[in-house]
Design a protein around this ligand. Sequence first.
Ligand code: GAP
Length: 460
Amino acid sequence: MKMEKRSFSMEEVVAYCNQYGFIFQGSEIYGGLANTWDYGPLGTRLKNQLKDEWRKFFIQQRENSYEVDADILMNPRVWEASGHLAGFSDPLLDCRECKTRHRADNLIQDYDTSVNADAMSEEEMMKFIRERQIPCPVCGKSNYTDIRQFNLMFETKRGVTDDRANTIYLRPENAQGEYVNYLNVMRSMRAKLPFSIGQIGKAFRNEITPKNFTFRTIEFEQMEFQTFCREGEDIELYEYFKEYGKSFFESLGLPADKLRFHDHDKLAHYAKAACDIEYLFPFGWGEINGTHNRTNFDLTRHQEYSGKSMEYYDDTAKEKFIPFIIESTYGLDRLVLALLFEGLHEEQISETDTRVVFNIKPALAPVKVNILPLIKKRHSVKAKEIQKMLSRYFMVQYDEAGSIGKRYRRGDAIGIPFAVTVDDDTLENNTVTVRDRDTMEQQRISTDDLSGTIADMLGM
Ligand code: GAP
C-alpha cells in the first residue's frame, strides 16, 4: 500500500506546537500578550540546533569569519547614525469607524495580491485605498485617516528620570552590533578584508500587525552575517551570498522548489540592492532571509556620528577606504516555522491507521533516540543503562509507558529518528532493534559502539 501523506494547516501546527512542547503562547496564564510566543523544551532544542548548524555553515566552515555577541541595548547615537530613528517606520492608518490601526501596504496587498505595495509612495498608497474603497478588515467600512509613519523601535528608559535624554532602544536589527565592533574585531583578530562578522540574537520591532503565528512577531531572533569587503567586490559577493543562503536552507531540508529569490524594487534606507529568500508557507511566499548590499553607508555614518575613523588600511596597495558591507540575515523563528510546515505530516500507514510524523532531518531532530524497554519489568534496567550511555552523546528519551506501538507513535510525532528497543535478545546477546522513523523498518544492531553506529546513522 502507498503511504499517503498530508501536510498540516496553520491551526494544526499551532495546536501541535502547544501539545508537544515546541511553542506556547507567551504569558499564557495571564491570557497572553498578543503575538509573543515562548519556546518549550522541544522548540528550544530545535532552535539551538539550528543555531549550531548556522554557526557551522557561516562561522566554522568559512575563513575569516568571527562571531560576536553584542548587547541589545546600545548607545542611542547608534540609531541616529544608522538612520533607524529617522527612517525605520511603517505606513499606518486608522479606521475612523472601529478605531483599529492598519498597515497601508498590507491593506493593499491583501486586497489585490498582484499589486506590489512595496514599490508605492505614501501618496500612491492613499490614492489606491481611497479609489478602491478598500474595506477595513475588522468592520468592513472604508473610512480611514491619512497615512502616518510609525517608528518600529521599542523605547525604554535608562536610569530613574523619565526624560527624553534617557531614552534608549531595544535593537530592531542585530547588524549595528556587528558594525560598532568592526574595528574591535579587525584589531583583535588581525582580520584582513574580506572578512565577516556574524551574530545570533534577539531583535525587537513594534509591529502593529503581527500575524501568522511566529512569522511576524514583536520579539524575534536573527542570525546575521556581515561581510566587509572592498568596493568592487561587493556585487559578486552579494550574488554569492544569495546562493549560499539558499544552499544553507536546502542543507536543512527545505526543498529547492519551495524556495525563491525576491529582488526588491523599493530599498531600505541603507541598501543599494536587496533580495529576500522566500519559502512557500501555506499562507503564501514569506521572507526567511534578507540579503542586502549596504555599501559603505553604515560605516560612513558611524564614522560621522562617533568621530572614529572607520577606514581600512590596505598595506599592499597602500590605500585607505571605508569598506562595503554585504549582509545576509536569517530569521530563526521563521526558519523553525518553515521546518515545522515542511516536516509535519499525517501519514496513512495502513487501511485503517494513520500516524503523525515530524519528518525533520535526523541531525536536527530535538530528540535523537527513543529508548524503549519492550517489557517494563524485564527490560527496564538494561534500557536505563543504555539511556545513560547514549545520553552522553545525544538528546535521548526513555519511554516505558503503554504499548510499544503507542510509544513508537509518540516518538514519531516529535520526530525522533531512531527508536532503540531493548528485549530478551539484548539481555542474552547484547543486541537491540533500531527502528527508523521514516521507513518504520527495524534492524538488529549490537550494543557495542551503539553511540558510534547511531552517530553514523544521524550523519554526524
Ligand atoms: N539587518 C537586516 C534586517 O534586519 P530584515 O529583512 O528586516 O533585515 C531579516 O530582517 C530577517 O529577520 C527577515 O528575513 C525575517 O526572517 C526576520 N524578521 C524580520 N522581521 C520579523 C518579525 N517581525 N518577526 C519575525 N521575524 C522577522
